[in-house]
Each structure stands twice: as C-alpha cells, then as structure tokens.
Design a binder for this molecule. Structure first.
Ligand code: F6P
Length: 545
C-alpha cells in the first residue's frame, strides 16, 4: 500500500486547496442552488449532508481519486476477508462477524468464525432472558434489579453509550451502572447504589489483566462477600466477559459463567460481542439483534456501495480533506440528542486510539497529520459554553452535527426548538456575518457613529467554518447500530489513506508500565528507584502529606 504523500493526487489536492482558499462557503452556496442535492446522501434512516463542507465538485472528484489511488476498495475487501490487517499484532479485525446477520460465513485462517459467534450469542441470549425474567436469582433467591458492568475503555464506553442511548427500550425494572475508573470514589458511589442481594456484576475485560477493572472487581467481590457472607454467592452475582479463560478462572469466576470473545475483536470494536452482555440484559435479545442488524446493514453498504455514495468513505475523505489540506486538527462532535450524550467520549476512543499514530505500516515516521483530536458533547449545552471558540476563535476544526428528526419524548415544543438550534448553528458557522451586516444590525438597534463602529469588529463572524450534519429519523436500536458502524468504517478508511494500522494501541503501554514502578514507592513498599526529579518530587510530596 502506498504512502499518501507519494500519490500524485495528494499534490493535486494541495494545489486545489490553495486555489479554493478565496472561495467562501457562502459564495459556493450562492453560486449553486442544487448544492444540497449534490453533496448529501441518504441511506435508510440516515441523511448525511456535507454541503457545508468546503468542497466543490472538483474537490469531491479529487477525493474520490485519492480513495482509488490509496486502494481503499482493496483494503475494504482485505478487512472483510479476515486478512491480518492488524499487522503489528498479527490479527484480523473481524468485528463485522459479530453482527453478520446474513447467514453467510466470514472466514479467518480458512475457518468460518460464524458458528462460534452464534454459539456465544445464544449463550448470552439464554442468560439475558433468565436475568430479565427473574429466573436467574441472586444468592438469597431474589431477582436481579441492578447490573454493574465493570470495565474500562472499550469494555465500558460502548455498553454505557448504548444503554444510555436506548433507554426508552430498556427494562425499567433494571438499574444499569458502569464502574470504570480506578478512583475509589467511583466504586464507592456505585456500590452505595447497589443492594448486594439483587446486584449482578459483569466483569468485562478482553485481557482480564487491566489494573482498573481487576481492582474494581476485587473490591466489588469483597463488598459482596462482606454482605452475603459466603463464597458460593460469587457464582450467583459475578459473570465474566473475556478472551482470557485462564485469568477468569484464576480470579475465581466459574468458567460456566463466562462469555467469550476472540482476539480478532478490538476492544473499541467490542460492544457487538459478549462485551455487550449488559446491553442485551437491559434491552432484551430482540432489541440487541436489531442493533446488530443496523450495524450489519451499514457493513453491507460499506462493502458494496460505490465510493461516491459510500457514507463511511465520504466521511473519511472529508476528514482527510479538513485535516491534511485545510489545517483542521480537531474534530468536534456536536450532538443534539440527550440520549447520545456519551457519543463524543465513545468516538474519542474509537478515533483517537485507532488513528492517533505517527509510525506508518512500513515502520516509518509519517510526515503528515493523522487522526485529529476528537472532542465535543451535547450541542445545545455547548452553545452556552464552548461554541464561542467555534464561532470566533483562532482554531481550525471540522464539526459533525447529529440530531434525530423525531424525538422519543415529545415534551411541549422542545424538539423543534432543539432542531432549530442545531440547524442554526451549522448555518451560522458556515455563513458568518460580515462587517456590513453587523453594522446594519447595530444601526437597527439604534447605535450610531463611533459607538457603533467600535463594536463592529466584535460582531463580525468570519464564517466559512465547515460541518457535516447527520440526521436520523429516530434513535432506534437499528439506527444506532448504523451510526456506530458508520463511524467505525470511517476511521478504518482514514487509517488506510494515512497508511497506518488502526487496530493496535501501543501508545497506551508505557504509562501502564511506569505505574507499576511508581506504585510500590507511593505505597511505601519499595525504596525509591531512579525517577526523574519531577516524578520523585511529586512522589515525595504525596508521601509527606
Ligand atoms: O489501555 C487501553 C485498552 O487496552 C483499550 O484498548 C481497551 O478497550 C481497554 O484498555 C480495556 O481493555 P480490556 O478490555 O482488556 O480490559
């Protein structure tokens, strides 16, 4: 696979970006009344409008050419055919198998992985049904009322996002809690909300060695045993989800209460696997399958749709255009849907852990920007907090607005006000306000002369800030599955273009190792090893105080 900067089209895109510099978005809209039709695409319940991106028909054609020259279609086929695309760990990335609802096979190393996928799905299905119906009881015979998922990173963010997002579909009798941080305050406040007799803990960890998860699991276990007084209670209140059978056994969880998944599922791609057990318990198996079906539909779209209409490919190309040619180094996710309040955090891991890389697939340092800083949150709240920077700050960014056309909670006129805000913000970012317009407005408010002129510069909005708007008709399990798969594949395509491995995460290792050398010193169990003076000074301060 080629390096992007070696592709002829890379230089063409650079020249094109320079030429486009003087054409504000406003002018592009004024010149073409069909711009929305040209630069938006539908797929099932999704509408993706990218007409507010700083592109022309030429840009779009060049970006398509970039996807061709970077051999994106061949890379998609390699992904789906189970090649070891994660070359540093010698693994495929077959999360699409977890939601493959076609009845057909998916192969890895000459073996169809689907029978195992179905086996675990059925095991989850049986268990979830038992918990939901009350047939599975706690040690003292009471039904489960609280489910605590203990996990971090991909073993937390996905299940938490989906349970929050699909709350209207969840069992109202079940309280869903997510314990992730090593901060004891998190365990303390979660456990305070639990009744030991009616709580089920799901210890979710791909490796079953993650310090935060294992420590929280031990704490939860001691808490349970202190309350219920018998080792046998563990089997009724703890289940494990992992790829590591030995570690699960060593922890003391009965392998019969274990749900497996496989090395070819990356942590941040794992909510579709047994890591989604909390989701299935909360929503029931039918809704969980609908979530999988939505993601599968998007997988099919991604695999079979020509590049010009292929939503993940389009989003990926726009990200490359913004990041590598227009100078945007952050990507802000602006969500006008309270149910998706955790989406930005989820996408942060998906994108930044996948594409936050600076060594390419040949082991060479890259000479171009790769994954952006991803941030964001609830758009309407953001308007009253951080949007000032978006409208008038000095940073270049790309934005995604997301909103549902229909709300699940029709309260008064709230929803149309919410949508109006969403549409107004992307419009304001795009059009901005000129000095003349600012002047006219101030004068209409009765200001004149020096007082008016002094205010004009502050009232000007440069505009020309680009965004994509993703509308979905309503947030159902199916649409959520589609949305999440859309972003997964976008991240994959960008990794292909940047010639990096989106499926490893070596950058998380060093901090974990250093923690192990600092911890014994902080606990006073070891003599100081050679730390730099800052780290040693901080350790000393903690110990003194
Ligand atoms: O430290 C990063 C990471 O490995 C993520 O990639 C992963 O999602 C998370 O930790 C949790 O890992 P595990 O599921 O193995 O506990």
């Amino acid at each position: 696979m080629p390096k992007p900067t070696d592709l002829p089209v890379w230089t063409q895109l650079q020249q094109h970006a320079d030429a486009l510099h003087d054409q504000p978005l406003r002018a592009l809209f004024a010149a073409d009344s069909e711009r929305f039709q040209s630069f938006s695409r539908h797929y099932e319940q999704l509408l993706v409008d990218f007409s507010k991106q700083r592109i022309t028909a030429d840009t779009f054609a060049l970006l398509q050419e970039l996807a061709q020259q970077a051999e994106v279609p061949a890379a998609i086929e390699r992904l789906f055919s189970g090649e070891r695309v994660n070359h540093t760990e010698q693994r495929p990335a077959l999360h699409m198998a977890l939601r493959n609802r076609s009845g057909g096979p998916l192969w890895f190393d000459g073996q169809d992985v689907m029978p195992e996928v179905h086996r675990v799905l059925e095991q989850m299905h049986r268990f979830a049904d038992k918990v939901r119906s009350g047939a599975w009881t706690g040690y003292t015979g009471k039904p489960i009322r609280t489910v605590v998922n203990i996990g971090i990173g991909g073993s937390d963010l996905g299940p938490k996002l989906v349970c929050q997002a699909l709350r209207p579909y969840g069992d109202p009798m079940l309280k869903m809690l997510f314990l992730s941080s090593i901060d004891g305050a998190h365990a303390h406040h979660i456990l305070r909300r639990c009744d030991p007799e009616t709580t089920l803990f799901i210890v979710a960890s791909k490796t079953f060695t993650t310090q935060e998860t294992m420590t929280n699991a031990v704490t939860a276990r001691s808490w349970l045993l202190a309350a219920l007084g018998h080792e046998a209670a563990v089997a009724k209140h703890f289940v494990a989800v992992s790829t590591n059978l030995r570690a699960v056994e060593a922890f003391g969880i009965d392998p019969g209460n274990m749900f497996v998944f496989w090395d070819w599922v990356g942590g941040r791609y794992s909510l579709w696997s047994a890591i989604g057990l909390s989701i299935m318990i909360y929503l029931g198996h039918e809704r969980f399958y609908e979530l999988l079906e939505g993601a599968h539909a998007l997988d099919e779209h991604f695999r079979h749709t020509p590049l010009t209409d292929n939503l993940p490919v389009i989003l990926a190309l726009l990200g490359v255009w913004n990041g590598n040619f227009l100078g945007a180094d952050t990507h802000v996710v602006l969500v006008y849907d309270d149910y998706l309040r955790s989406l930005a955090s989820y996408l942060q891991q998906l994108d930044m852990e996948s594409n936050g890389k600076s060594i390419d697939r040949d082991g060479d340092p890259v000479s171009y920007a790769t994954g952006p800083v991803v941030w964001g949150g609830l758009g309407n709240n953001g308007q009253h907090a951080f949007y000032q920077l978006l409208h008038q700050g000095t940073h270049q960014f790309a934005a995604d607005f997301l909103a549902p056309v229909h709300t699940t909670d029709p309260v008064g006129g709230h929803h149309s006000i919410l949508l109006a805000n969403c549409l107004a913000q992307s419009q304001a970012l795009m059009t901005g306000r000129t000095a003349d317009e600012a002047r006219a407005e101030l004068s209409a408010q009765g200001l004149q002369g020096e007082a008016l002129e002094a205010l004009v510069p502050y009232k000007v909005f440069a505009g020309n800030r680009c965004s994509t708007t993703v509308l979905y008709q309503s947030l159902t399990p199916r649409t959520l599955g589609m949305l999440l798969a859309l972003y997964e594949h976008k991240v994959f395509v960008q990794g292909v273009i940047w010639h990096i491995n989106s499926f490893d995460q070596w950058g998380v290792e060093l901090g974990k190792q250093l923690t192990k050398s600092i911890l014994p010193q902080l606990q006073g169990r070891a003599a100081p090893t050679l730390q730099d003076s800052s780290t040693q000074g901080l350790i000393d301060y903690c110990q003194r105080h």
